[in-house]
Design a protein around this ligand. Structure first.
Ligand SMILES: [Mn+2]
Length: 367
């Protein structure tokens, strides 16, 4: 939680963010909820979720943290009572003092040692899984969240515009990645959603390859997949461009991915099951004969986490709803040869999508 003090934008954001998100205690049969997942803590408090825990009961909300953050958290987030831990009074001592009847926990985000400590305070059967509870609230974004995601994606668009001027044969993938990240920071990014992917030539057949010292060469595809964080919220976009020239096969593959991407953008809407969404693009790629080379889902939710529900894949569970934010990113990857991916970030609306990504998608050949 470094940098909590003196950050006007952070103060603003916490004020706007401190949602009294309604936790359905009854549905889960719990009297209290212990949050240990950073993104969920951030969602509930507006404060970055490192180095703290949150306890929610029906009447009170607590942030459990240590001396380093007490002043900042108390000032920034007056709606929560701050519980200060110190030697001899750890979080578990506070929980013992609360004499809870039972507790909901995020079992995928609770360490075994924390669980063992909890077991000393409450019988095992009183420690209840509440996995997915906060995530399910986070699925639907409000106007403020969408505004920040829009801003984050705009920073990505600006970086793409810049990189088109910068690209030329002879510079390395690492150098391109650095330039993208530098440009995003110049335009207000607080950080990056994930390590920038910048892969060219045969490296581009690896969907999540790591930028290397390989130099861009004439006839390479270059895939750039990146995003930034703005006010805690992520962006995500991918563009693939050709360096120098593209042969017929490259053009064919590129245009197949583009056709699938555009078709999905046109037809995704609220009320559609994510499996059906995934199938929109998959069908086009399969019909072109490249089905086996599109080995990942069509997209994923984006918010406080770069990959969150709903996942648009054949394994997905959700029905799309208005104000979910999802990526639309089909790709074709020919092992040992090259790959293409095109990714936009969009808000689901009642009649379709609002595409937050505005960079061009027609095949660009960098001369
Ligand atoms: Mn993505």
């Amino acid at each position: 939680m470094t940098g909590l003090g003196g950050n006007k934008r952070m103060e603003e954001r916490i004020k706007k963010r401190s949602k009294k998100a309604v936790v359905d205690f009854k549905r889960y049969g719990i009297h209290a909820l212990l949050l240990t997942k950073e993104a969920d803590i951030q969602y509930m408090t507006g404060i970055p979720g490192e180095d703290c825990m949150v306890l929610l009961t029906e009447n009170k909300r607590y942030i459990i943290t240590d001396f380093r953050y007490v002043e900042a958290v108390s000032v920034l987030q007056p709606e929560f009572e701050v519980v200060v831990t110190k030697k001899g009074y750890e979080w578990i001592d506070f929980l013992r003092d609360m004499s809870l009847e039972n507790i909901g926990v995020q079992d995928e985000h609770l360490t075994l040692s924390s669980y063992n400590e909890l077991c000393m305070v409450l019988p095992k059967e009183k420690i209840i899984s509440a996995t997915g509870l906060v995530e399910s609230i986070r699925l639907i974004k409000d106007e403020v969240e969408i505004g920040w995601i829009r801003q984050a994606e705009e920073i990505g668009d600006l970086a793409f515009k810049h990189i088109l001027e910068f690209l030329r044969p002879g510079i390395s993938e690492k150098r391109v990645a650095l330039e993208i990240e530098h440009e995003m920071k110049l335009n207000g990014a607080d950080g990056f959603s994930f390590s920038t992917i910048c892969v060219s030539g045969i490296n581009s057949s690896r969907p999540h390859g790591i930028p290397s010292d390989k130099l861009l060469e004439d006839g390479d595809f270059l895939t750039m997949d990146y995003g930034c964080i703005y006010n805690g919220y992520c962006s995500d976009m991918t563009r693939t461009v050709a360096i120098g020239h593209a042969n017929d096969e490259m053009v064919q593959i590129y245009n197949t991915v583009l056709k699938a991407q555009l078709y999905a953008c046109e037809h995704l809407k609220a009320g559609m099951h994510v499996k059906e969404g995934d199938a929109l693009a998959r069908r086009i790629i399969e019909e072109a004969g490249f089905g086996e080379y599109f080995g990942h889902g069509l997209g994923h939710g984006v918010g406080l986490e770069i990959h969150e529900e709903p996942f648009l894949s054949f394994r997905g569970q959700h029905v799309l709803e208005e104000n979910m934010t999802v990526t639309i990113e089909p790709g074709i990857y020919l092992p040992g040869r090259f790959g293409v991916r095109i990714e936009d970030l969009a808000v689901i609306t009642s009649s379709g999508i609002e595409n937050l990504t505005h960079s061009g998608k027609e095949l660009m050949i960098i001369k």
